[in-house]
Each structure stands twice: as structure tokens, then as C-alpha cells.
Design a protein around this ligand. Structure first.
Ligand code: MG
Length: 268
């Protein structure tokens, strides 16, 4: 046998073997068939995400730099050059929200005064009851479950992602409202995921109740939707670009049991 032909022949055999193997694989997939969940989903609505930082096209804009007309108490705050500065008391939305995604930009005062809880203190109260702390936590000691991004006195942020005083910062809060049974007991606690300047600092933390300074957390049954509140704690914290998106789960119908598809391949 001419040894110069033996190598290509061997190569041909290997190639043939690989082709047969691939065909067997494809045949196997064809015989197994496609698995289907049996759920018929509606098409997810199209949302224009807008510029970086939003607001997306389906957001409720709560402050776009012009005025605080979406808020009770907004007339007390100073609105100038697209920025709202806290003074004279807190502000509360006229509209109510339950499950939602909230975007807020805030800045603690450039001129540092006070320390601990007296430096750049404010807060975002989801449903007016569950506070995500706003504080100048850049090189500022305080109790950890009271620093910026803490769910007040329940959960410190996982990391401190605070920018220096005076710089703009973002909070993106994904909030799930608590569910109460008819007898007032908690069916499902409130939960929050928080991103501070794009960094996850709370990961679906389940709250043990409303947040207080002077008493332990407690749940009191309340409506499915309630207004948002921004705290005034004596410090001129500034705000801009505030918007919220109510979160509505997509619900499918289930006319069929899950199982193997009997029709030709449907899902690309
Ligand atoms: Mg506060």
C-alpha cells in the first residue's frame, strides 16, 4: 500500500465519522421535539427607553426641572435652573403608586456642614412609609443602617457608592409593595432593590415594616397604592430628573398543558 494515500484516507474516515455523528445529533433533536410552556403570552408593550437616565416613554415624570406641580408641598421648595432644593418641609406626590421603578437624582450640599445624620440628610419614602436614606455618606461616619442607600434602620447598603458632596448622584429603586390578607396580616412583605450611581446596594431586600427613627419597624395594613414622599431633614439637598414607572406584570393565558409541541418548530 502506498503510504502517501493512507493519511488522507484516514482523514476521510474521521470526517465521515464526524458527519454521521452530527446527523445523528440533528435527528435526535428532531425526534425529541420542541418543548412548549403551554402559556400564550401577550406581546410586551414597546417602550422607548429615551436618553440615558430616562425618562422612558411610559414613565410618570414627577420633576423635569420646571416645577413641582406633581407634588403636594412643592411650593415650599426652591426651583431654579432645573433643580429643586429642599426647604420648609417634605413633599408628597399627588398620585399614588404601588409596585414601581423610581429614578431620582440628588446632590448633597457642596458646602459641608454638620456630621453624621446632620449632613445632607433627606430620604425617599416609598408609599410614604419605607425610607431609602439620602445622606452625604462620603467620608462621613454614622450608623451603617442610616447611611446613604440604607433602608433606614433595617438594611445598610452592601457597599458605599457615594460621590463627594455637591456632585449629582442617582438612585434607581425597584419597589414591590407589601400585600396584606383580608385579616390585615402580611401576605407578602415589601421588597426593594436599589442601585446607587448604577451600583447595586440593596438586592431585593424584604422589609420588616415601615421605617422609623424612634420605634421598631412594623407593618400596618394599607392601600395597594400610596403617594411617594421626599423628606426635608433641615438640609438643602438638591433634586432633579425624578420619574416613576408603575410595574405591571405581563400575564399569559394557559390554554394548554406544558409539553412537547405537535406542530412544526414554532420558536425560532
Ligand atoms: Mg433621612
Amino acid at each position: 500500500m502506498d503510504s502517501s494515500y493512507s493519511v488522507p484516507r484516514r482523514l476521510r474516515r474521521v470526517l465521515m465519522f464526524l458527519i454521521v455523528l452530527a446527523l445523528c445529533g440533528l435527528l435526535g433533536i428532531a425526534i425529541a421535539g420542541e418543548w412548549k410552556s403551554g402559556i400564550v403570552w401577550p406581546e410586551p408593550p414597546v417602550v422607548d427607553p429615551g436618553p440615558v437616565g430616562g425618562p422612558p416613554s411610559d414613565a410618570v415624570v414627577l420633576f423635569d426641572g420646571k416645577d413641582l406641580s406633581q407634588w403636594h408641598g412643592g411650593q415650599k421648595w426652591l426651583v431654579r435652573d432645573g433643580v429643586a432644593t429642599a426647604r420648609g418641609g417634605g413633599i408628597t406626590t399627588k398620585q399614588s403608586f404601588g409596585d414601581c421603578q423610581l429614578h431620582v437624582e440628588w446632590a448633597s450640599p457642596s458646602k459641608v456642614t454638620g456630621d453624621g445624620q446632620d449632613r445632607g440628610n433627606s430620604g425617599i419614602y416609598m408609599m410614604g412609609k419605607y425610607e431609602v436614606q439620602i445622606l452625604d455618606s462620603y467620608d462621613n461616619e454614622t450608623y451603617f443602617d442610616g447611611q446613604a442607600g440604607a433602608i433606614y434602620k433595617q438594611s445598610p447598603p452592601m457597599v458605599n457608592a457615594c460621590r463627594p458632596p455637591g456632585q449629582w448622584q442617582t438612585f434607581d429603586i425597584i419597589f414591590r409593595a407589601p400585600r396584606f390578607a383580608a385579616d390585615g396580616t402580611v401576605k407578602q412583605p415589601a421588597a426593594m432593590t436599589v442601585l446607587h450611581n448604577g451600583v447595586v446596594i440593596q438586592n431585593h431586600f424584604e422589609l420588616t415594616g415601615s421605617t422609623f427613627w424612634h420605634k421598631p419597624p412594623v407593618y400596618e395594613p394599607h392601600a395597594a397604592k400610596l403617594p411617594l414622599h421626599i423628606q426635608f431633614h433641615g438640609n438643602p439637598v438638591r433634586f432633579r430628573n425624578i420619574w416613576v414607572r408603575p410595574l405591571v406584570p405581563i400575564v399569559g393565558k394557559k390554554p394548554n398543558e406544558p409539553g412537547k409541541s405537535t406542530t412544526p418548530k414554532e420558536t425560532p
